[in-house]
Design a protein around this ligand. Structure first.
Ligand SMILES: [Zn+2]
Length: 392
């Protein structure tokens, strides 16, 4: 695959930003949204089964367009046609992904109301001065639904173009709109990292991460408290009779708590990654497979803690400033290597927090030593030019 040249810095490029807004639909609008979710599932499943039949009969791949179904299913005409077209695009993409890499993506599946998320996407069409989707001071205007009341945590900057909206209903019944904007930006000058302006981070179960300088992030205490509450609700739930009224109430409590924790965590990850991306010129990190760590630790909450998301947030927040996330191969030994002399010690007890290098006598704190090694390796790779090659 040919990659874009990154040398032309004078030409603005397009970045995408999302603004997520809570929506407050009227009962009529809510009914329309519900109908749209249902129609999207319906059309997805119809297209998927027709694709299968067509393939078994002819050996060729073909997905009929939504228009084909409107005659036999006139209720499809009641919802935004754009949402149906998006389902067609998504299914086509799902098949393209599957054919390119079947192991990673899997064959597209039928959607069931019980397990599928309630969401639909519609693209904005601009013709001269008018657009199908736009925002006002306190609402989002959509096709069919009209003006839907919304609360904006922030506003788009001038020059941003609204390209599409995804409407979703959470398990607790709240509505959100994700507005996707195309934003022209000038490519930043690349920043050259030095040892002083680079930080190495090691994932830590207890502290979220430990840095090579000895500092650690401590996820806010309330996150832990909410998680403990969640466990309690879970335990209570297991003692109740499924289907009973108490049970239903506890399920609702659980969902609300779960949503709140997800929001708190996202907030923490955004702030922490912003702080680091602004303070440092490069961040070295190990490309750990968090699934593997979680498995090794008996399925603890590594995935839960959001370190993978943290890494992706860091990556794009750095890139937007011309900085780099320097990833070290996940099989690179970092814990057993002495950061002072480079000697490998196999006999460090897995739970030891401190250890002394038998070769040079240096005293190490486990996490900090690993973070120093990650930083050294990351910078070495950068200087060898491998990293630059990999990203350009
Ligand atoms: Zn040593």
């Amino acid at each position: 695959m040919e990659r874009k040249q990154k040398t032309d810095r004078s030409r603005p490029e397009i970045q995408y930003n999302t603004i997520k807004v809570p929506l407050y639909p009227t009962p009529e609008q809510e009914a329309l949204f519900q109908k749209t979710f249902g129609c999207c599932r319906y059309i997805w499943n119809r297209m998927l089964s027709d694709h299968e039949r067509f393939y078994s009969e002819t050996g060729a791949h073909f997905i009929p367009t939504p228009a084909k179904y409107k005659k036999e299913a006139p209720f499809l005409k009641e919802v935004d046609n754009q949402a149906l077209i998006q389902e067609h695009n998504k299914l086509s993409q799902a098949f393209r992904n599957f054919f390119r890499s079947p192991a990673a993506f899997g064959y597209p599946r039928f959607k069931r109301k019980k397990t599928d998320r309630d969401r639909f996407t519609a693209c904005n069409h601009v013709m001269g001065e008018s657009a199908t989707i736009y925002i006002t001071k306190n609402a989002v205007r959509m096709t069919k639904a009209g003006l839907v009341k919304a609360k904006f945590p922030r506003r788009p900057r001038s020059g941003w173009r609204l390209t599409r909206i995804t409407v979703e209903r959470t398990k607790t019944g709240r509505y959100y709109g994700c507005l996707l904007y195309a934003c022209p930006v000038r490519r930043p000058e690349p920043v050259t990292p030095t040892e002083e302006t680079t930080i190495g981070l090691k994932y830590s179960l207890a502290h979220f991460y430990v840095a090579d300088g000895g500092t650690a992030a401590n996820p806010p205490r309330w996150l832990k408290q909410s998680q403990e509450k969640l466990v309690k609700v879970q335990q209570k739930l297991s003692r109740l009779q499924p289907g009973s009224r108490n049970y239903q109430e506890q399920v609702q409590t659980y969902r609300q708590l779960h949503e709140r924790i997800a929001n708190q965590r996202r907030d923490f990850l955004h702030k922490e990654s912003r702080r680091i991306a602004n303070a440092w010129d490069a961040v070295c990190i190990r490309g750990d497979s968090l699934r593997a760590i979680s498995g090794a630790l008996g399925g603890s909450d590594v995935l839960n803690s959001g370190f993978g998301m943290f890494r992706e947030l860091l990556r794009y927040k750095l890139e937007r400033q011309g900085k780099q996330l320097l990833e070290v191969d996940r099989f690179t030994p970092t814990t057993k290597v002495c950061s002072a002399c480079g000697a490998v010690t196999e006999s460090i007890p897995p739970k030891a927090r401190r250890w002394v290098c038998p070769v040079c006598g240096a005293e190490h704190r486990r996490g900090v030593n690993a973070a120093v090694n990650i930083k050294t390796k990351g910078l070495a790779r950068y200087q060898a030019g491998q990293v630059q090659e990999a990203v350009s």
